[in-house]
Design a protein around this ligand. Structure first.
Ligand code: PEP
Ligand code: MN
Length: 344
């Protein structure tokens, strides 16, 4: 159940409602939606039923009480009249402009990252990506440079005028990563790490949430709901492929998730064709398809010398291929922008 407070409700009035909810043994979660405060009532069972009428009678600032039949009310399109646009620096994610986040899988050295940042900027992308904390499947694989990697990311991005997105793997690292990154990334392996989702939900930074490789679209949106319900309304969804029986690619890029998500949620949608494909050759056609399907942006791995990469070299684009990708997706974007009115 969700209690919608009137626009002019004061902090004390909101607190009175939450205290009352807690006094009857339920939990209350405060969030902002559009220009008003909403209170999520947490709990199940009979206690919820009479609450709805009582809330309206007791508190004149309660504008509406909505019974939920959707498990992700804040992520749902029904909670907003327009699509969410996330602003970081002078960049808008979710508006008409196609946003490209590109860079190496991991930060390896200053020289590698400076070169990568130059390539990414030259191609026309807006955000530099790179992992400083790497969620490697094997404990013996390169685990990232940690804080030194974060410092290098900030320096390289600032030197060419890019924003930074990088993964945060644990709740305790959030303050450190927030210091250097503009956007916090949650990786596929942490997509249902609920304490971490709650923690980034209390951050002031936008969050790029990858879809769990085993998550359904509903589970993906409920993961986003964890972040939103803690008060952070800046969530970017990232489709990065799911596990299927197919082994020709590393994961199966679920492009149908793009129109499905556009139907279900107001949140911006980014597609990562690199981790889905696992091989650079497939990245450009998948990127074109993602833009054609209606993605708001792309996350792409680019490395100055993929054969020397410490992580994900086979799927990383060489500079020239990245420039081709950028040109091609611009043409696709221009073509679909003219037709947009007929798409979801
Ligand atoms: C990444 O983007 O560096 C990454 C590890 O991706 P994923 O979590 O999708 O595997
Ligand atoms: Mn990678």
């Amino acid at each position: 159940m969700i209690i919608v407070m009137s626009r002019d409700a004061t902090g004390t009035q909101i607190q009175n409602v939450t205290q009352w909810i807690e006094s009857v043994g339920l939990g209350a979660k405060i969030a902002r939606a559009q220009d008003r405060t909403i209170i999520g009532v947490v709990g199940e069972g009979k206690a919820l039923l009479p609450l709805s009428e009582m809330a309206k009678q007791r508190f004149s600032q309660v504008e509406d009480v909505v019974q939920l039949n959707c498990p992700y009310p804040l992520a749902s399109k029904d909670s907003r009249s327009s699509r969410t646009i996330i602003r970081t620096g002078d960049l808008e994610i979710g508006s008409e402009e196609l946003v490209v986040m590109a860079g190496p899988c991991s930060v390896e050295s200053e020289a590698q990252l400076m070169e990568a940042a130059y390539i990414v900027k030259k191609g026309g992308a807006q955000v530099l990506r790179g992992g400083a904390f790497k969620p490697r499947t094997s404990p013996y694989s390169f685990q990232g440079l940690g804080e030194r990697g974060l410092k290098l990311l900030r320096k390289a991005a600032d030197s060419v005028g890019l924003q930074v997105v990088t993964e945060v793997m644990s709740a305790e690292d959030v303050p450190l990563v927030e210091e250097y990154a503009d956007i916090l990334q949650i990786g596929t392996r942490n997509a249902q790490n609920f304490p971490l989702l709650k923690r980034v939900g209390r951050s002031a930074r936008p969050v790029l949430l990858k879809r769990g490789m085993m998550s359904t679209v509903d589970e993906f949106l409920m993961a986003a709901e964890y972040i939103l319900s803690e008060g952070n309304s800046q969530v970017i969804l990232c489709e990065r492929g799911i596990r299927t029986f197919e082994t020709a690619t590393r994961s199966t890029l679920d492009l149908s998730a793009v129109p499905v998500l556009r139907e279900l949620t107001h949140l911006p949608i980014v597609v990562d064709p690199s981790h889905a494909a696992g091989l650079w050759k497939y990245v450009v056609p998948l990127a074109r398809a993602a833009v054609a399907a209606g993605a708001d942006g792309l996350l792409v791995e680019v490395h100055p010398e993929p054969e020397k990469a410490l992580c994900d070299g086979p799927q990383s684009l060489r500079p020239e291929t990245f420039y081709t990708l950028m040109e091609e997706i611009r043409s696709v974007k221009a073509a679909i922008s003219r037709k947009r009115s007929s798409m979801p």
